[in-house]
Design a binder for this molecule. Structure first.
Ligand SMILES: Cc1ncc(COP(=O)(O)O)c(C=O)c1O
Length: 428
């Protein structure tokens, strides 16, 4: 038997050698399989891998606390009082916003609630919230509870737009159509940037325009979009957006989330907003006045002083984004996702269906797969993949999500993954 690798594997390795971002893989810890050797980690859509610089960054802040105590707020390499200012610039760049309109705080669902307090203000017959069918359960549950908080009935006020036909794809035209016919009843359109189960990347400007043309507010959940696809929040005109940082932003489990508030909205004096001392104008925050004087921009929504130890990983991660550049990451992502798609279509078409849109501009790096034989076969394949050290993830009812992340995945990983699926389904 020859030791020479197969031509297709050699091709994948050649693509890796040509990859201008290949050295970034060394900046991350790649988990090992139970029996040694690196995992085929395809789960950056759920929990991004740990950048190697994180431990030192957390240790630095622990050191500052140890050595400076309370004075660490004002002294040291990175005074804690200004920590958000270190992060908001690079974070704003990732979402296409001005730094003033972005703040890092809380967790995603908390921020979603804070945003809905301000931007879901049902009046008269305008009281519906429009979301996608099969939206992330936390979002749906948050929406439902906000509706109830206003004394309204979710049966009437929570409206879900369904995918077309048998597909899992929701056409933007379906949202426009609903709004054209029922717009005067809609108070808020809350939409995902990239749909968590199908991997569909929506035309966000089109959705914000449709919402605004109907007189409704618009907000985005960018959990699966940020760090994955290019975003232009300011240009989209959206009123607010929320996202987490533990997926493509590689900032660790339960990491601190972020929030965008459109400049025009944040400048309004008539907004309802939940207040806490950290939302005050920093120039008067420590005068300890009883009344609230809002900070400008998104900062006014802050409630509490920021958890620095939990924010240090975000700083490291954003530095990597600055070095790699979102445009280059996206270019590699488009190429590598198309490569994985080609392999699946050519080698597994009779076993596996891809439910993610085929057009690169309608998806990020995640491909959502369905095993044609049904849920039980899909679940079984997923479990055997995991046992073999391939780490996609599973989303009920029947989806295996595979995300080749441009920071640390290789073309060879995609090849090995497909080979493993072929083996486990008796094809190789
Ligand atoms: C689309 C979406 N929304 C909301 C959440 C909930 O996030 P958190 O637990 O950080 O509030 C997640 C978590 O994965 C998500 O993917």
């Amino acid at each position: 038997m020859s030791n020479r690798p197969e031509p297709a594997l050699e091709q994948a390795r050649e693509s890796d050698r040509r990859d201008p971002l290949r050295s970034f893989r060394n900046q991350f810890w790649i988990p090992n399989k139970a029996d040694g050797g690196e995992q085929l980690y395809f789960c950056g859509n759920s929990l991004g891998l740990q950048p190697r610089g994180v431990a030192a960054a957390v240790a630095e802040e622990l050191g500052a606390w140890r050595e400076l105590g309370v004075e660490g707020h004002f002294k040291g390499a990175r005074p804690w009082l200004a920590y958000n200012d270190l992060l908001r610039g690079p974070m704003a760049e990732l979402v296409g916003a001005k730094p003033l309109n972005v703040v890092i705080m809380n967790a995603l669902t908390v921020n979603l609630h804070l945003m809905m307090v301000s931007f879901y203000r049902p009046r008269g017959q305008r009281r519906q919230i429009l979301i996608e069918q099969q939206s992330f359960p936390s979002d749906r549950q948050a929406v439902e509870s906000q509706i109830r908080m206003h004394g309204l009935d979710p049966q009437e006020c929570l409206v879900e737009i369904a995918p077309s036909g048998d597909s899992r794809i929701i056409e933007e035209a379906a949202i426009e159509d609903y709004l054209a016919k029922n717009g005067e009843r809609v108070a808020l359109v809350l939409w995902s940037g990239v749909q968590y189960a199908s991997g569909q990347f929506f035309d966000l400007k089109r959705i914000a325009d449709a919402a605004h043309n109907a007189g409704a507010m618009c907000g985005f959940d960018l959990a699966h979009a940020v760090g994955n696809v290019p975003l232009e929040l300011d240009a989209s005109g959206v009123d607010f957006a929320v996202w987490c940082t533990y997926k493509y932003l590689n900032s660790g489990m339960g990491a601190v989330a972020a929030c965008y508030v459109n400049h025009e909205q944040s400048a309004r004096a008539d907004l309802t907003r939940l207040h806490g001392w950290w939302g005050n104008d920093p120039r008067s925050r420590f005068e300890m006045r009883p009344e609230f004087t809002p900070a400008s921009g998104a900062d006014a929504w802050q409630l509490s002083n920021p958890p620095i130890l939990a924010m240090a990983p975000i700083r490291v991660s954003l530095e990597l984004f600055q070095q790699a550049g979102m445009a280059r990451l996206r270019a590699k992502s488009v190429e590598m996702t198309a490569y994985l798609e080609r392999l699946i279509r050519s080698e597994l078409a009779d076993t596996i269906e891809i439910i993610t849109p085929a057009e690169p501009q309608r998806r990020g790096c995640q491909l959502s797969l369905r095993v044609r034989a049904g849920r039980a076969a899909g679940r079984n394949l997923f479990e055997r993949l995991e046992a073999a050290g391939s780490i996609p993830d599973w989303r009920e009812p029947d989806v295996i999500r595979v995300a080749p992340v441009p920071f640390y995945n290789r073309f060879e990983d995609c090849w090995q993954f497909v080979r493993q699926v072929r083996k486990l389904t008796g094809k190789a």
